[in-house]
Design a protein around this ligand. Sequence first.
Ligand code: NDP
Length: 435
Amino acid sequence: KERNGDEPEFLQAVEEVAETVIPYIVKHDIYYGKNILLRMVEPERVITFRVCWVDDSGEIQVNRGYRIQMNSAIGPYKGGLRFHPTVNMSILKFLAFEQVFKNSLTTLPMGGGKGGSDFDPKGKSDNEIMRFCHAFMGELFRHIGPNTDVPAGDIGVGSREIGFLFGMYKKLRNEFTGVLTGKGMSWGGSLIRPEATGYGNVYFAEKMLETKGDNFKGKNVVISGSGNVAQYAAEKVLQLGGRVLTLSDSSGYIYDEAGIDTEKLAFVMELKNVKRGRISEYLESYPNATFVKGKTPWNVKCDVALPCATQNELDEADAKALVDNGCICVSEGANMPSTKAAITVFHNAKILFAPGKASNAGGVATSGLEMTQNSLRFKWTREEVNTKLKDIMSDIHKSCLEFGEDEDGYVDYVRGANIAGFVKVADAMLAQGVV
Ligand code: NDP
């Protein structure tokens, strides 16, 4: 706290891990007394840099770029880039810290990192986005590489931005390598990568429901967000026979009592990915739905909730509303969307709750599969990648059970994910000595 007092999101993420991992360390001599957690919370390297670019009116704009290289004990740094005006050191350090545990859980050899900029892509032209991405990579290229640090997308960074970033990296380095993931299909991308985080979250929730002899058929599902993760979570829920009732963006949520079916979801994908419009425009085509301005969807009665927008979007009151309305399962697609108090409500009510570092790990896992395909100069089929993704989500679920099951049979997935993620990284750090 003394060192990071002005970084509330980072402290929140560290506290959650410390609360579950310290009791484990105390009981295990190989970790005790080695300051292992203290070493893990200090990034191996933090890079900040100036990004200057020229907007369409000819004015020079200045943004701040970041890359947090958190931990490389089990592989090259790996984690997304976020472009959003709220980006700051605290948010990126929390994301990088979570990423270390998440990447460890995937069973693939990836360390943890995160980066981005306070650049706001909303309302910018394609040319402005390109000039910004090129300027950003004009500095970042010095610090990354296919065996050093492999960034990917996150909020505000999708396939368009990855394309511009990759183009500049390739020009500056004069080499074509798998330095970024989330690439287009014709230039090194992996099938299923766009779908992976949303699909993976639903596969994880399916595994949780299975422990209760249940599944998605006929379940009412509330989803927040309408970006990459939310869209493909919705698609998979529909494929498994569930009903999607809501989607949202930062302006509010839409509630469609009749259900957001495949055709309506295709409309949302076009609206968000091509027209880059607002979720409220859904009502122009589907006037029977409701738009609730400035609110999150957690008051809507449901069986399953999938928070897929952003950090701290679901607080204690929201959690109580979900539990009171009969929700039996919450699986996080976003990173740290539930506040600490909200998680306590879920645990006290003994409902199924999965933290993002376990349930949204499908995205980075499939990025890992993209790296493997790039190294092999080979491409797996859609079915092959999807099967691997499903297997990885199932393995993560098993790891959570191994370390998270209480004596009364309730599974604390937070503890399970934290300890399972910790053990692998800690073992590697101990083996490599004090470096
Ligand atoms: P997108 O940019 O595609 O979508 C983000 C969505 O969240 C948009 O609907 C956006 O609305 C909404 N949102 C963003 N900020 C806020 C806010 N402050 N309040 C309310 N809504 C907000 O991002 P992704 O779908 O890729 O990412 C969503 C979450 O999933 C993030 O937490 C990310 O870290 C996490 N994640 C993503 C992975 C991936 O593979 N993409 C992998 C693992 C985790 P608006 O358009 O109005 O801003």
